[in-house]
Design a protein around this ligand. Structure first.
Ligand code: PMP
Length: 439
């Protein structure tokens, strides 16, 4: 009997005892292809010898030094690397231990920025209804997923949520992508005007919407329009790339493909590749300058920020990605995965959509392919798919997320960047069997 308060209290979980490459092994000797990277975390797979060596070396040298006394070599080197590869205008890195902490830090940075520049009345945050930004109270308030938040009201911050996030179901019949992008961006502008432009601090969005809606990329030009609107009203753009970032979509940052640079960007998950818990906020020069020329510090901090072991892992992950040209493999294998999913599910009576970017893909399940009506949430289809997949030695990340207020089911795939064609083929074959068995 486990003494851990697990997320699913009544479910008995297998015990993971090892991992090598794209596979995990449990205590009963079963193996599983990790087609979800856990939750889009394990970007280099498991037991990677270079990361293990980097961790050993760092542990031998220095495991911990508190940041009120010291900076450290791995933290400085990782910050240099992240800024070298960052979107235009980003000048500094703030390290944390995970995604929610990154979102919290970004929100506080935005708030302090406006205090520093003499606009303390800017407090409102706008985000999208189809979003997940973390589980700590501030991040929870920012995400739009109502069922996650209801029982925790009153929340510390009330975020203002808008639609849509681009699941196909938001596009009206006959509406071009350009018109759709304009309409969605208009929803942001309308909300800004309704709240009063001088009261709005930030717009927060996942570049590619992850767990909640299932790997939904923005339609062309949407983020450019959003950027222009934020600039017009002096509002900060915070892109949350905790899940979709750090190479998962085939470029280091997903927003590179949209030609947009945010003011603040959150990263985590793939940053440590699962070898260490680590997250970060990348911030633009004007935010740094406001702090540097104002109070002289950022009023925030956690005990483990810039942890040398975590930063050594992050640095080693970045070095392997560069050395082995893994972003090119993400693009190649992403295209192969898209093709294979299309072959297996393209005409499936219960598949409503196949979408994503790079090795960040989702298959959406619907009751009726023509109307896109979702399954009754009581059926818990996503949970059944997960069970059937695990029974077939496959880890996928199915969610019964909110797509437009109603629940819908999708399966998220985020395999390690090191996959090859035979592994991708095995993932699709096992997933196909699992979906059919679950239906
Ligand atoms: N933002 C996004 C977009 C995420 O997907 C997640 C985690 N799924 C978080 C924030 C929170 O990250 P963490 O679980 O590491 O706190």
């Amino acid at each position: 009997m486990s003494r851990i308060l697990h997320r699913q209290i009544r479910t008995t979980l297998p015990v993971a005892v090892g991992g090598k490459g794209v596979e995990l092994f449990d205590s009963e000797g079963r193996s599983y292809i990790d087609a979800s990277g856990g939750a889009a975390v394990s970007c280099l797979g498991h037991g990677h010898p270079d990361i293990v060596a980097a961790l050993h070396a760092q542990a031998d040298k220095l495991a911990y030094a508190h940041t009120s006394f010291f900076t450290t070599e791995p933290a400085e080197a990782l910050a240099d690397r992240l800024i070298e590869d960052a979107p235009e205008g980003m000048s500094h890195v703030y390290f944390v231990s995970g995604g929610s902490e990154a979102v919290e830090a970004a929100l506080k940075m935005a708030r302090q920025y406006f205090v520093e520049i003499g606009q303390p009345e800017r407090r409102n945050i706008i985000a999208r209804r189809q979003s997940y930004h973390g589980n700590t109270l501030g991040a929870l308030a920012t995400g739009g997923n109502e069922w996650r938040r209801t029982q925790f009201r009153p929340l510390l911050v009330e975020t203002h949520h808008i639609d849509p996030c681009f699941a196909y179901r938001f596009q009206q019949k006959g509406e071009s992508d350009a018109d759709y992008a304009a309409r969605a961006a208009q929803a942001l502008e309308d909300k800004i005007l309704e709240l009063g432009p001088d009261s709005v601090m930030a717009f927060v969005a996942e570049t590619v919407v992850g767990a909640t809606a299932g790997a939904v990329p923005p339609v062309a030009d949407y983020l450019k329009r959003v950027r222009a609107i934020c600039d017009r009203y002096g509002i900060l753009l915070i892109l949350d790339e905790v899940m979709c970032g750090m190479g998962r979509t085939g470029t280091l940052h997903a927003c590179e493909q949209d030609g947009v640079a945010p003011d603040l960007m959150t990263i985590a998950k793939g940053l440590g590749g699962g070898y260490q818990p680590i997250g970060a906020v990348l911030l633009g020069r004007r935010i740094f300058d406001a702090f540097a020329n104002g109070s002289g510090f950022f009023q925030h901090g956690h005990t483990y920020l810039g942890h040398p072991m975590a930063c050594a892992a992050g640095l080693a992950v970045q070095e392997v990605i560069r050395r082995d040209d893994l972003l090119a493999n993400v693009r190649r294998m992403g295209a192969h995965l898209t093709r294979r999913l299309g072959e297996r599910f393209g005409n499936h009576p219960h598949v409503g959509d196949i979408r994503g970017r790079g090795l960040f893909m989702a298959v959406e399940l619907v009751e009726d392919r023509s109307t896109k009506a979702t399954f009754d949430p009581k059926q818990k289809l996503h949970a059944r798919i997960k069970r059937e997949a695990m029974a077939r030695g496959l880890m996928v990340y199915p969610m019964g997320g909110t797509i437009d207020g109603a629940r819908g089911d999708h399966v998220l795939l985020a395999p390690p960047f090191i996959v090859d064609e035979p592994i991708v083929d095995a993932i699709v074959e096992r997933l196909g069997d699992a979906v059919d068995a679950a239906l």
